[in-house]
Design a binder for this molecule. Structure first.
Ligand code: SDX
Length: 431
């Protein structure tokens, strides 16, 4: 915990209270209000937590003004360019880049946790074929707590470690099998001779009828997408995992809650919504109409893939994703992809419009990811499951950090109550 270096003074009706201020290694100072209610009898009010730090953390830092994203201090563009997903997983989980030996042990451990308990296959068969794969992931990940009882005791550091590895390792298998089930193809089992990303592509696109060789450029692009989505401070789904965990719930139930939260179109569901929006716009000549709708206060339509609670500059992940989109589409010979052309023209027109620039609404991570995933052959319904797969390491790292935090206690926000004061029950004959 940071040391208080100065105080803020709050004055109400002639009385005043000193509130400790802590200075971070990066980012804004924070005012400690934990004793505010007991000392001054008032709550703070911050719907959506726009000005509230829910915890202290050493994992990820975002500078929204600069468009900077650091994982344990390393910039995302360096990690995306020089590292790979499982190495970033190690960094997020343990705080430092691994030695060659540490990385080999970690990758071998994750590789050998990729299989699901065979009886879990029955869960998939209980869903309709047209179930959204996010519904399947919420259900199957939650059900892991019914199969992996030897890693649900959160008071046991060893079980926490095993649960972390199982979640990171099995998410690709669960996501791939949700996809296979939706297209009526047999499940493809994980292979220990493939990299994490190549294994996921193989489980998604291989069929028993012929050999499927993973293109290394697509595997690299997939791995980069995983890395770009790995963690992102206290976003809605990570905060959901932390809040669920604060009650002592097991890690599988907490991550299932995070998956459910990520599904929303304002959060991880934006990549699916963005591609559907681009398809609805169709050709670049339709763009002005949609930009006008996004600016119209009376129209609920928003440009999906634009804007961010924290980034008031370019999302650095979007910049890397845009480069990756060009590479993948060139490789697949779809560099003339009409959707990509529409996306680039939409970005150009939006960023030339004062409404977006004045409100600091720039493309976020979801704006280009969907274009790459579609070019790779994924249906839009698989975009958010891939985001959830990628973000699992972030959820798990933040979950572990929280459990090791001596300040950890159950999260229980208060409210500004505007309802009826006490009144007596009225019998129905008198209403
Ligand atoms: C992710 O938190 C994270 O870190 C999330 C994430 C992660 O890695 O975990 O980065 C992943 O969720 C990225 C965001 C994906 N969502 C979308 O692309 C959906 C579209 N974007 C918006 O819904 C919105 O920008 C949010 C939800 C992302 C952020 O909303 P805020 O911070 O609550 O801002 P707001 O809704 O109060 O908007 C501020 C203003 C409003 O106008 P005014 O009322 O001030 O006049 O900007 C407008 C909004 O109407 N606005 C938009 C807009 N986003 C905000 N107008 C048009 N199109 C948009 N996309």
């Amino acid at each position: 915990m940071a040391e208080s270096t100065k105080n803020a003074t709050l004055s109400i009706d002639g009385k005043s209270w000193d509130l400790p201020i802590y200075s971070p290694t990066a980012g804004p100072d924070v005012i400690d209000i934990r004793k505010l209610y007991s000392d001054a009898g008032v709550f703070t009010y911050d719907p959506g937590f726009t000005s509230t730090a829910s915890c202290d953390s050493t994992i990820t830092f975002i500078d929204g003004a600069k468009g900077e994203l650091l994982h344990r201090g390393y910039p995302i563009d360096q990690l995306a360019g020089k590292s790979h997903y499982l190495e970033v997983c190690y960094l997020l989980l343990y705080g430092e880049l691994p030695s060659a030996e540490q990385l080999e042990i970690f990758e071998s451990t994750i590789t050998r946790h990729t299989m699901l308990h065979e009886q879990m296959v029955n869960f998939f068969r209980g869903f309709r074929r047209d179930a959204h794969p996010m519904a399947v992931m919420v259900g199957v990940v939650g059900a892991m707590s019914a199969f992996y009882h030897d890693s649900t005791d959160i008071s046991d550091p060893y079980q926490r470690e095993v649960a972390s590895h199982r979640l990171i390792a099995k998410m690709p298998t669960i996501a791939a099998w949700a996809y296979k089930y939706s297209v009526g193809q047999p499940f493809v089992y994980p292979r220990n001779d493939l990299s994490y990303a190549a294994n996921f592509l193989h489980m998604c696109f291989a069929v028993p009828a012929e050999e499927y060789v993973v293109d290394p450029i697509l595997a690299r692009a997939m791995d980069r997408i995983f890395t770009l989505h790995a963690d992102h401070e206290q976003n809605a789904s990570t905060s959901t995992v932390r809040l669920a965990s604060s009650s002592g719930a097991n890690p599988f139930a907490c991550v299932a809650a995070g998956i459910a939260c990520l599904w929303g179109p304002a959060h991880g569901g934006a990549n699916q919504a963005c591609l559907e929006m681009l398809k609805e716009i169709g050709t670049p000549d339709q763009i002005p109409e949609y930009i006008a709708r996004a600016k119209d206060k009376n129209d609920p339509f928003r440009l999906m893939g634009f804007g961010h609670r924290v980034y008031k500059n370019f999302d650095p992940r979007a910049t890397v994703m845009k480069q990756s989109a060009d590479e993948v589409l060139d490789l697949l010979g779809v560099e003339n992809n009409p959707i990509l052309a529409t996306a680039k023209e939409l970005e150009k027109q939006a960023l030339a419009d004062p409404y977006f620039t004045e409100k600091k609404l720039f493309p976020n991570v979801d704006f280009y990811s969907g274009i790459i995933l579609e070019a790779m052959g994924f249906p839009t319904s698989m975009f958010t499951p891939i985001f959830a797969l990628s973000r699992t390491v972030g959820w798990v790292s933040q979950w572990k950090e929280m459990l090791n935090d001596p300040q950890n206690k159950i999260g229980r926000p208060r409210q500004l109550y505007l309802g009826n004061t006490q009144r007596d029950y009225v019998d129905i004959e008198n209403r």
